[in-house]
Structures are given as structure tokens and as C-alpha cells.
Design a protein around this ligand. Structure first.
Ligand code: PMP
Length: 386
């Protein structure tokens, strides 16, 4: 058997088969290990081996075609999946989409204007948008929260940069831009716009759209994202940010991304997207069934979408459950879940009510099993709790 130290935190014994009921179910981070079994099945074809002398140069003096190959593979993948139109758009690579999000805010902010841009995102929103904008503390922009306050008003406050996350983190909704107009710039964060999580009703065809390998292949640790940009000046400004910040994306990372993409593109993405969709569907079925007995906890409702990739109308299978505590006294939902040994993220992190909690559904099978087991315990104790 495996040594105990290799067991998941919820399992022990000589062969890790002993369930330890006292453990915490960790549904906090959006770590996409649900795809690990897929890569175990493709261990050999997805492996990368690099000799010590290989690819030592800075990217600007590397005359190989690595980046061009990666670029054309990404364009091909989007056209196969039908989730983005890439013709006539510039492409940039980043250290995860995290770096590109901040490059985009920089590029869309006015320079040397006395009126800084307002950065906004609909509630509930991914907290990084606010954290980045506040931390980098640029004189050219400031985070202003929800775009609703600018809707239907004649704006006199200068440029507005709206983040649109579609599907949204945390609640899985296919968000659309709230604000439109000549002084509105929109950054589309499409980290989850893949058949694992949502129907693909139509290809994204926006001025600035950001994707990441993290939620596509699951390789969050490789730190690789890409952006499609229509406008040349915006592209140049983002490029300058990336050059000054990190001088491009690690070639090791690009090499690994290329290898992984080659594996998934071989059959037009069929195998990985069917695996992802099936895994997520099974998880949502189990979660729905577990909470169907509950009047204390409810799940978000996301409307079905037509999926041009699977050629059918399908239920969405979001990466996160956005759980609401329905009982009047459960104002702080995360406290209730923590007491039942479940870790997640409270609503206020997404600038929403603490009646909500985000639970990650994209971690490993073991993590998900423990989550369901603890939720079952919580739901079965409901009568006694009131
Ligand atoms: N955007 C959204 C909506 C996310 O949920 C995440 C990761 N959780 C990211 C961007 C950042 O991903 P990465 O930097 O790994 O590409």
C-alpha cells in the first residue's frame, strides 16, 4: 500500500481506504483537478522532456517557431469549439489570465488624464478585479464596484472599464455587459467559456477577450493565458505592459501548453470536453440530489443554453455552486458550513450577501466525495437544527 503521508487529508490507513470523518471538505479554491484523470489517461502523449541546453534564450532572440505554432493552434481550437472568433484579432500571451487582466486595465485606462477611469464589475464578481486595481493603485483608474449605478445616467465621470465574466465566477451565469457607449471599455473574462461548464451559444466576438489554460486543460500551475484584441493601439499598450513586467511568457510554459493543446486538438477536443462535461454533470446531479431534501440550502439557477459544440440544448454545469442559506437566522452562511467541516468562500468576498457561499466543484474526485458526504450530514440534521 501507499504510505499514509500520500493519502488525501480525508483518508488514512495503510492503503488510504479508511475514510476519516473528522476531516474538512475543502471546496474553497478553484483548483481544476477534476481533469487530472483525463491527463493520467494521456500521460505519455502529453509528457514534455527538455534537455538542459535546450531553449535557453530570451524569447526575443529565440528564432524557433514555438510561439507562432502555439498561436495558430489556439486559433484552430477556438474555431473547432466555436467559442471565439479570432480572425482579424491580435493575440497576446500572459502569465495566466491574471497578468492579462491587469495588462488590459492598464491598456484601457486613459494616460495622463485628470479623470481616471472607473473600473466596475457586476455583483457578485471575482474578487481579483478589485484587488488588482486597488493593489496596483494606478493614477489612471480606480475600482468603483457595481456598474448598475451608471446605468441610464448620462455619465460625466470619464471612461468606464467594465469587467464581464461569462460564465461568471462565482454563480455561473453567462453575464453580458451592463454598460454601453463611447466611453465604455469592456474586458470579457472567458476563463469558463468551455463545454466543460456551459453551452456555447455563439462565438465570442468582442474587442478584448481573455482566456486561460487553467480552466481548459486544468494546468493552473503552468500560468498560461491569452487575449484576443481587436484594436491595434490597445494591443500595443498591453504588449508594452507585458514586456516591462515579465518580458514575455516562459518558454517552458509555452512548450508545455503546446504539447497539451496538441493532445486535446487531435480529435477536435471531443475526448476532453466529453470528459469534462460528463464529470461536471455527474457532480451537479449528485449535488442537486443531496440538496433536494433541504429547505435550508438552495442552489443558483442558470438557464439551459444551446451548445453549438455538442449540438444540443444542455443544462449548464458551472465550476462553482453558489449556495444560499435560506433560513432567516443563517445570515452568515459560511459559518454554518464551516461548523459542518466544509470550507468555501463567503458571499462578501464577491461583494454579495453573506447568505451566499461559493463551493468549488472542480477539485479532485476525493474532494468532491467528501464535500457530498459532509453536505449529506448537514442536510440530514436539518430537523434537529431548527
Ligand atoms: N478569471 C476568472 C473568472 C477566474 O475564476 C480565474 C481563476 N480562478 C482567473 C481569471 C485567473 O486564472 P489564471 O490566472 O489561472 O488564468
Amino acid at each position: 500500500g501507499r504510505p499514509a503521508c500520500e493519502c488525501n487529508n480525508c483518508y488514512g490507513g495503510p492503503d488510504c481506504s479508511l475514510f476519516l470523518p473528522s476531516c474538512f471538505a475543502d471546496a474553497d479554491e478553484g483548483d481544476p483537478l477534476f481533469l487530472e484523470p483525463f491527463w493520467k489517461q494521456h500521460a505519455e502523449s502529453s509528457a514534455v522532456m527538455v534537455a538542459g541546453w535546450h531553449r535557453m534564450s530570451y524569447s526575443f532572440s529565440d528564432q524557433t517557431t514555438l510561439s507562432q505554432e502555439l498561436e495558430s493552434l489556439l486559433r484552430k481550437l477556438h474555431s473547432l469549439v466555436g467559442n471565439a472568433i479570432t480572425d482579424g484579432k491580435y493575440i497576446l500571451f500572459g502569465a495566466g489570465s491574471t497578468q492579462l487582466l491587469s495588462a488590459a486595465v492598464h491598456a484601457l485606462s486613459p494616460h495622463n488624464s485628470s479623470l481616471p477611469a472607473s473600473v466596475v464589475a457586476s455583483i457578485p464578481y471575482y474578487s481579483l478585479y478589485r484587488e488588482q486595481t486597488e493593489f496596483f493603485n494606478s493614477a489612471d483608474c480606480s475600482f468603483q464596484g457595481d456598474p448598475a449605478r451608471w446605468k441610464n445616467t448620462t455619465n460625466t465621470t470619464g471612461d468606464i472599464i467594465e469587467f464581464v465574466t461569462a460564465p461568471n465566477n462565482p454563480n455561473g451565469q453567462l453575464n453580458e455587459a451592463v454598460l454601453h457607449g463611447p466611453n465604455i471599455k469592456t474586458i470579457y473574462d472567458r476563463a469558463y467559456y468551455w463545454p466543460h461548464f456551459t453551452g456555447i451559444p455563439s462565438p465570442a466576438d468582442e474587442d478584448l477577450t481573455i482566456f486561460t489554460i487553467s480552466k481548459l486543460t486544468g494546468h493552473a500551475g503552468s500560468r498560461f493565458g491569452w487575449a484576443f484584441i481587436r484594436n491595434e493601439e490597445v494591443y500595443q499598450r498591453m504588449n508594452m505592459y507585458l514586456e516591462l513586467n515579465t518580458m514575455g511568457v516562459s518558454r517552458d510554459t509555452q512548450l508545455r501548453a503546446l504539447k497539451l493543446l496538441k493532445v486535446i486538438i487531435k480529435d477536435g477536443g471531443r475526448e476532453i470536453f466529453e470528459f469534462g462535461y460528463k464529470t461536471m454533470t455527474k457532480r451537479w446531479d449528485r449535488l442537486r440530489k443531496t440538496l433536494s431534501m433541504s429547505n435550508r440550502f438552495s442552489l443558483q439557477k442558470v438557464p439551459p443554453e444551446n451548445c453549438t459544440y455538442f449540438q444540443k440544448v444542455r443544462e449548464p454545469t458551472p465550476a462553482y455552486a453558489w449556495v444560499k442559506c435560506e433560513w432567516e437566522e443563517d445570515r452568515n452562511c459560511i459559518e454554518i458550513l464551516n461548523a459542518a467541516k466544509i470550507l468555501g468562500r463567503g458571499g462578501s468576498i464577491f461583494h454579495d450577501d453573506d447568505r451566499y457561499v461559493r463551493l468549488s466543484l472542480i477539485k479532485s474526485d476525493d474532494d468532491f466525495d467528501v464535500l457530498i458526504s459532509h453536505l449529506e450530514g448537514l442536510v440530514s440534521g436539518e430537523d434537529g437544527a431548527k
